[in-house]
Design a protein around this ligand. Structure first.
Ligand code: GDP
Length: 399
């Protein structure tokens, strides 16, 4: 169910960054990234009460339109309650094609966790490895969703035991990649343990999924899944009800993706190449809302009604409408005309957005993707987030 909320309520959650998560979905082509984000949006997408009161809400529920918009959205915000506490989960669009490696790297700087989607039949493939590698190099923590479990039953006709063996192998393959590509301090800490609920299994298309702890708690077994698909399509709603996909995936996000403040502590020294002992580094590592504004713009696009919309992550300080900011790469000041937050697919006006969050700003029309915005009085000392440099043919990193 889509959650209808007041913008003010969501802003309150965003001010407490412990209740915010910034994530992306990565997958080898056709493994189900789009289907998963559509399912999550349909089940947990945020929508403001204001928009809900307009005809637009009807469009929002239209599956086809939603699908087209998901593909294009810079950010989709979701609402999820875990142990009675509300969370805002930002799903940042990570480009799905290998040609967009610079863009991928840029998107990875804005997220702290990646939901890695793997097709249960195909297993880990070249792009799974490539995305996982670049994510780990940026200290983005992976969690795993093994998708298309239905295919193991309908196409391969595997028994519950064979299904488990195959899933164990996929988890082993992913863990081997984590062990080889993560920085030393995370090689062990980020190993995925299905018993802890760090892996979800399911079908994005059929909108069910569970982690092992969730299955144990609800008394669901792989033999029940086999039984449902053996009985046919009509039985699938039983699984959707017993094990809703969004619950499995979003619980995992809340539990295992670090909140923006915890993440910035170890990510800033890796993704930002300024002096880690400087005052600015400290503000960013603390995600201090009272520090100078530092924002990385990872996406710039034209809205036919609003003009140029720059979306990105605020690492320090607070972005406010009416304030002048310095564009480090363009070497010029510009005034922020409007600030907005994402509610589902839509933008809603806000007076200000604080550190750790994703903001959309209007008025910064000289910004290009990859631009760093900083408070005017730090304009001469700010090291930008991005200076593009080619490393090898297959991987582009950002210096
Ligand atoms: P993407 O390229 O990773 O974005 O993959 P898509 O989400 O577009 O999915 C690729 C294809 O796999 C589509 O035809 C989907 O309908 C299909 N698909 C997605 N999830 C599932 C699933 O759980 N089971 C099956 N059998 N097919 C699925």
């Amino acid at each position: 169910m889509v959650r209808y909320k007041q913008t003010s309520e969501v802003l309150k959650i965003m001010k407490n960054v412990e209740q915010v998560r910034n994530v992306g979905i990565t997958a080898h082509v056709d493994h189900g990234k789009t289907t998963l984000s559509d399912s999550l949006l349909g089940a947990a997408g945020l929508i403001s009460e204001k928009i809900a009161g307009q005809a637009l809400a009807l469009d929002y529920l239209d599956v086809e339109q939603k699908r087209q918009m998901t593909v294009k959205a810079a950010n989709v915000s979701l609402y999820h309650e875990y142990k009675g506490k509300p969370y805002v989960i930002n799903l940042i669009d990570t480009p799905g094609h290998v040609d967009f490696q610079a863009k991928t790297t840029r998107a990875l700087r804005v997220i702290d966790g990646a939901i890695v989607v793997v097709d249960a039949v195909e297993g880990v493939m070249t792009q799974t490895e490539m995305y996982l590698r670049v994510a780990l190099e940026e200290r983005v923590r992976p969690i795993l969703f093994i998708n298309k479990i239905d295919r193991l039953i309908k196409e391969l006709r595997l028994s519950p035991n064979e299904i488990q063996q195959r899933l164990i192998q996929i988890i082993k393959d992913v863990n081997a990649l984590i062990a080889s590509y993560a920085d030393k301090e995370f090689q062990q800490a980020w190993q995925l343990d299905p018993a802890k609920g760090q892996v979800a299994f399911g079908s994005a298309r059929d909108r069910w999924g569970f982690t092992i702890p969730m299955a144990q708690q609800r008394g669901i077994k792989f033999s029940d899944v086999v039984d449902v698909y053996t009985r046919g399509k009509e039985a699938v709603p039983e699984l959707q009800k017993a094990a809703p996909l969004h619950e499995a995936v979003l619980d995992m996000v809340v539990k295992f993706v670090p909140n923006p403040r915890d993440a910035q502590k170890y990510r800033i020294p890796k993704i930002w190449h300024g002096d880690v002992n400087s005052e600015l580094a400290k503000y960013m590592m603390d995600a201090d809302p009272n520090g100078p504004l530092i924002m990385l713009v990872n996406d710039v696009r034209v809205d036919p009604h609003a003009g140029l919309v720059a979306t990105g992550r605020v690492y320090s300080g607070t972005v406010r409408a009416g304030e002048e900011v310095w564009l480090v790469n363009a070497r010029m000041p510009q005034k922020v005309l409007q600030v907005s937050l994402y509610m589902g697919l839509y933008r809603e006006l806000a007076d200000e957005i604080t550190a750790g969050n994703i903001a959309a700003v209007l008025g910064i029309d000289k910004a290009r993707s990859g631009e760093t915005l900083v408070s005017m009085n730090y304009k001469d000392v700010m090291t930008p987030f991005e200076k593009l440099r080619m490393i090898t043919e297959s991987v582009v990193t950002v210096a």
